[in-house]
Design a protein around this ligand. Structure first.
Ligand code: 5GP
Length: 189
């Protein structure tokens, strides 16, 4: 019988460098899968449908809510985000460890459903640095950056109930810290 996979719930204020860290980890670890959420947010930059997100309409998203197929869903920054429970359960059953990138509210809901999961919070070195990174990214308007900074302050206050907090000061160091968290969880199974 295949050993069931482990769920890693990862949160970070946007701009903390989470995507870069997760991409680096996923490239080198064939037992890991990235959980692809659905969102009503339009694609940014070179994001691809079915890779970064499933980009769907508001109507299609509401249908998924009504049919009960989402493990959880939330409105973040004015857009809807959610993930199919089947995607998650199938992956875990097939023995894949799953990285689930989710905001703090969603993380709480998901953890209630999957209490065996490991929670990891990725934090920026400082709020000033976060603002600088968001501006440098050049993908968001001034208003959107302000909104993300406001959310980031609220999210940082929630880091305390995560099992692990990784400060992304040095990228290579942050990647190796997350790798160590994953290996530790695997060795405890
Ligand atoms: P972004 O628009 O920057 O890609 O993501 C915005 C926020 O939505 C991030 O905090 C991200 O973790 C969160 N998010 C992504 N997918 C999901 C999901 O399936 N459910 C919930 N609740 N949040 C999600």
């Amino acid at each position: 019988m295949v050993k069931k996979g482990h769920l890693f719930i990862i949160s970070a204020p946007s701009g903390a460098g989470k995507s870069t860290i997760l991409t680096a980890i996923l490239k080198k670890d064939s037992r890991l899968r990235y959980s692809i959420s659905c969102t009503t947010r339009p694609p940014r930059g070179n994001e691809r449908d079915g890779v970064d997100y499933y980009f769907i309409s508001d109507v299609a998203f509401r249908k998924k809510i009504d049919s009960g197929e989402l493990a959880e869903w939330a409105e973040v920054h004015g857009h809807l985000y959610g993930t199919s429970a089947r995607f998650l359960d199938d992956g875990l059953r097939r023995g894949y460890d799953i990285l689930f990138d989710i905001d703090v509210k969603g993380a709480k809901k998901l953890y209630a459903k999957y209490p065996e999961a490991t929670l990891v919070f990725i934090a920026p070195p400082s709020m000033d640095e976060l603002k600088r990174r968001l501006a440098e990214r050049g993908t968001d308007s001034v208003e959107a950056i302000e909104q993300r900074m406001k959310n980031a302050r609220a999210e940082m206050a929630e880091a305390k109930w995560y099992h692990h907090v990784i400060v992304n000061d040095d990228l290579a160091q942050a990647i190796s810290e997350l790798k160590a968290v994953i290996e530790k969880a695997r060795s405890q199974k």
